[in-house]
Design a protein around this ligand. Structure first.
Ligand SMILES: Cc1cc2nc3c(=O)[nH]c(=O)nc-3n(C[C@H](O)[C@H](O)[C@H](O)COP(=O)(O)OP(=O)(O)OC[C@H]3O[C@@H](n4cnc5c(N)ncnc54)[C@H](O)[C@@H]3O)c2cc1C
Length: 393
């Protein structure tokens, strides 16, 4: 590990690695990414791999148009198969209110150039013939949305960043920061070690004037070390995958009434989850039996044929929730040189390609990104909250 860097990124999830890769690609020479765990130990190794441009705010639609383009090129650019499959996203509405929300979002998406369209229940069943449409009021469908396999996406960024000279340092915990007045001057790091191997020794210091907090659901802990309070809340989300089936399910199906989503991976498994508002906030990545019951009931209501399919594996990760369902991105007023890149709820994976590129541009001193001003932390103090209705789970 180098003892000084132009930029230190805290967190080697998809966001931190994308930022580091784009910084190095834009010519920043000494970039270090520190993670207290292994690559894929956080939400980036535990998610559903869904990638979509169906959003209710113009910023998210336009950013995701670019991110999907980058996902399409990722395998050939990074020389790694990420199993990207564009089978579309099919959103189901079961109430007039959700139907109205879908209609509004589809109109906006069409204005942005997306081919999304509203479907009647019968039309939705033409896309997924196994769907039980009783109780379904309407659906929206964008054929260009898709899914990736998250792990190689993370590894692809890590390997490409390392090839460009980025120091990727797993099993090292950021335990504090050094400042001079209100300016960032260094990051204190202590070896954490894999399970069974205790971290030891005094903290080392990486001298730097620029730090990016990309610690996902742990971002508030990291920011607190330098006196910055974040409003984010970690929230456990569970997910599971079944035995592999021959390909039959084209889109990812999402039900906005209860947060159910499921898709078929290129390996044949049905991968899906469901939101649970009764889970207490906290940094918990454990699994529960209650989840399987809730998910199974909702899944079988949507697609009864799946009732006899066996679940092989379940796991969980943390959503990184913010009060207005929008991320926190950009510099903070309290400490010069301390950038934020977190609060991406349940959609940070799909956003990482484009957001990583734009954050790298700003950190490297390039042109400002107007959207980042709207996503700045200070909006909570100023009462300028944003909104986003197309949140799953
Ligand atoms: C069940 C589930 C399903 C999801 N489905 C989707 C989906 O379909 N599509 C989508 O786009 N998104 C999805 N998401 C959300 C997505 O996974 C996240 O938004 C995204 O992975 C966040 O990436 P990140 O790099 O910000 O955070 P993470 O991947 O969590 O990385 C943060 C890293 O910071 C490290 N860290 C924390 N504290 C410290 C410290 N003090 N020192 C050093 N390192 C530290 C952690 O070890 C971790 O590796 C889902 C999430 C979950 C949990």
């Amino acid at each position: 590990m180098r003892d000084n860097a132009d930029v230190v990124v805290v967190g080697a999830g998809i966001m931190g690695l994308s930022i580091a890769y784009h910084l190095a690609a834009s010519g920043v020479r000494h970039v270090t990414v520190v993670d207290k765990s292994y690559l894929c130990g956080g939400a980036s190794g535990r998610n559903g791999g869904g990638v979509r441009a169906q959003w209710s705010s113009e910023a998210n639609v336009r950013l995701m148009q670019e991110s999907i383009r980058m996902c399409r090129e990722f395998a050939s650019r990074m020389k790694i198969n990420v199993w990207f499959r564009q089978g579309g996203y099919l959103f189901l509405a079961r109430t007039p209110a959700i139907r109205a929300q879908l209609e509004k979002s589809v109109a906006l998406q069409n204005d942005c150039g997306l081919p999304t369209r509203m479907l009647s229940p019968a039309e939705a069943r033409r896309i997924v013939p196994e769907l039980d449409i009783s109780g379904v009021d309407a659906a929206s469908y964008n054929p260009d949305d898709g899914v990736v396999f998250p792990w190689p996406f993370v590894w692809g960024y890590a390997q490409a960043a390392q090839k460009l000279g980025v120091d990727v340092v797993p099993w090292h915990d950021v335990v504090g920061f050094e400042t001079e007045g209100a300016r960032m001057t260094g990051v204190r790091v202590r070896r954490s070690g894999p399970p069974g191997e205790q971290g030891d020794g005094p903290a080392a210091v990486i001298k730097t004037r620029q730090v990016v907090n990309a610690a996902g659901a742990w971002a508030p802990q990291v920011a607190r070390m330098v006196g910055v309070a974040l409003p984010n809340r970690p929230h456990r989300h569970e997910i599971c995958s079944t035995e592999p089936l021959k390909p039959w399910l084209k889109p990812l199906v999402a039900d906005l009434s209860d947060g159910l989503y499921f898709s078929q991976s290129t390996r044949g498994e049905i991968v899906g989850g469901i939101g649970n508002e009764y889970v207490a906030p906290g940094l918990d990545q454990g699994s529960s039996h209650a989840f399987l019951g809730k998910y199974a009931r909702s899944l079988v209501r949507a697609c009864p044929v799946l009732g006899s399919v066996k679940v092989l594996r379940q796991w969980a990760g943390c959503y990184d929730l913010t009060p207005d369902a929008n991320p926190i991105v950009g510099p903070v007023d309290e400490i010069e040189g301390f950038f934020q890149a977190h609060g991406f709820m349940g959609h940070g994976f799909m956003m990482a390609p484009v957001i990583g590129k734009l954050i790298a541009q700003v950190v490297a001193g390039g042109p400002e990104v107007p959207q980042f001003e709207r996503w700045n932390l200070r909006r909570f103090k100023e009462g300028k909250l944003l909104s986003e209705a197309m949140i799953i789970g």
